[in-house]
Design a protein around this ligand. Structure first.
Ligand SMILES: C[S@@+](CC[C@H](N)C(=O)[O-])C[C@H]1O[C@@H](n2cnc3c(N)ncnc32)[C@H](O)[C@@H]1O
Length: 416
């Protein structure tokens, strides 16, 4: 298979392992490599054909019948459903996602005992893992297996199970087309760069990552602020057990993993200097956005910062066709809150939570892959910090809130 650039993604065996990372065998690695490549191929080579099908067939036919172009993403979707190219593209995309998740789940389940033993060996005797099995999985999380990950984040195949987390970490590689870096931490690294550039005087003593999962994107912040106390909050015990063991195996002693809800986690009000989240909000609900933002506001110290990394929201200029494409995951990838979040006014939500309008900011960013790793792939899929030195300076002020263009990810936040 070749992509138009002539470059292929790195192979799965080039991901960085650790003591609880499943060591895949030849066939498992080959499957993951195939699926990584297939995902990239769909994104680069086949997805442009969906736009062509729309422009050349579906839109003209709609306009002929209705006397106008489709004006909403729902109109576009309904019109596209009968198009054979779209049907094949969507079926292939769905089955590639399902296969990526199923293979990752199988890789984890085959090692159910060895993985939990490895995690236990690193977790036992440490006072930085706080599980609370009374924490109730929120109804929105229990309702679906997000992005088709079998059993979601919280299912336990046995006591002390960590396979949900291993599934998650393995699956990030194929579903991200190897674009998150060898440790899957490209988002966290980009945020750490941004915080250092944008808030050079912030010297956080306590940092919290809401919905931090296995802490993959938390660790770059822990590395940037080695004297800070770091707290990963998540609902799902398997993610925390695995993340805690992973962090300790990687040499981090300043990271705590706490089972709790972002909207209620029991920390002292005003005690946190920096609160982050990565790809968290799109897997919650409108109610949780309001409650968790308000809780974050109460937890932050005066002058403290919150910063969230997410998929970009739509703005008034987002074309209808692009809205339809980006809503795909809500319909076919078990991401029920995806579309709602795309149109939610997060700036209004932040103000409702207590943040002042003049203290809000947003910025675009890309995954920051460790320099020298995943070459030449990383130069294709991401802009390197050393190549775009000003990346951290693009945090735009209120005058252009919500108006950034171009980057793959969106950061928004506020100073208390
Ligand atoms: C897409 S994952 C992102 C994990 C991590 N931030 C990362 O970058 O890899 C979303 C995480 O949010 C957690 N989660 C969902 N709702 C939550 C809530 N209300 N409070 C805390 N964690 C939650 C899930 O268990 C899951 O681990």
């Amino acid at each position: 298979m070749s992509t138009s650039s002539g470059n292929l993604p790195p192979t799965f065996d080039r991901a960085d392992g650790h003591a609880v990372f499943p060591n895949t065998d030849h066939d498992e690695t080959a499957r993951l490599n195939f699926l990584t490549g297939l995902n990239v191929h769909i994104g680069r080579e086949l997805s442009p054909g969906v736009r062509a099908a729309y422009e050349q067939r579906v839109r003209p036919s709609f306009a002929k019948t209705h006397g106008k172009d489709p004006s909403t993403a729902t109109d576009v979707r309904k019109a596209m459903l009968d198009d054979p190219y779209y049907q094949q593209w969507a079926a292939l995309r769905r089955s590639t996602q399902e296969a990526s998740q199923q293979v990752s789940r199988e890789v984890a389940l085959r090692r159910v005992d060895t993985l939990s033993e490895a995690a236990k060996a690193l977790n036992d005797g440490r006072n930085t893992l706080f599980l609370n099995l009374d924490v109730e999985i929120p109804s929105y999380q229990a309702a679906v297996d997000n992005h088709l990950m079998p059993g979601s984040y919280y299912t336990e195949a046995k006591p002390d199970d960590v396979t949900a987390a291993a599934t998650y970490e393995v699956s990030l590689f194929p579903i991200g087309g190897a674009s998150f870096g060898p440790k899957g931490d490209g988002g966290g690294r980009a945020m750490a760069n941004f915080v250092r550039d944008r808030f050079p005087d912030l010297n956080p003593k306590r940092i919290v990552d809401m919905g931090g999962g296995i802490g993959g994107n938390t660790l770059p912040l822990a590395a940037a602020y080695p004297d800070a106390e770091i707290i990963v909050v998540d609902t799902a015990a398997p993610m925390l057990r695995y993340g805690h063991a992973r962090a300790h195996d990687m040499g981090y002693e300043n990271v705590n993993f706490v089972q709790g809800l972002a909207e209620t986690v029991d920390l002292e009000p005003g005690s946190v200097d920096l609160i982050i989240s990565v790809m968290f909000w799109h897997e919650t609900s409108t109610k949780t956005v309001g409650e968790a933002m308000a809780h974050i506001h109460s937890l932050l110290a005066p002058g403290g910062v919150m910063l969230h990394l997410e998929q970009p929201n739509f703005d008034k200029d987002t074309p209808t066709f692009d809205r339809f494409m980006r809503d795909w995951d809500a319909y076919y990838n078990n991401e029920p809150f995806w579309t709602k979040l795309h149109t939610l006014d997060v700036f209004a939500a932040m103000q409702k939570a207590g943040f002042k309008k003049e203290n809000l900011f947003d910025a675009g960013t890309e995954a920051d892959i460790e320099p020298g790793r995943f070459q030449p792939w990383s130069t294709i899929v991401a802009r390197h910090r050393h190549e775009t030195k000003d990346l951290g300076k693009i945090g735009r002020q209120l005058s252009t809130l919500g108006g950034y263009k171009g980057e793959r990810w969106w950061m928004f936040g506020a100073v208390k």
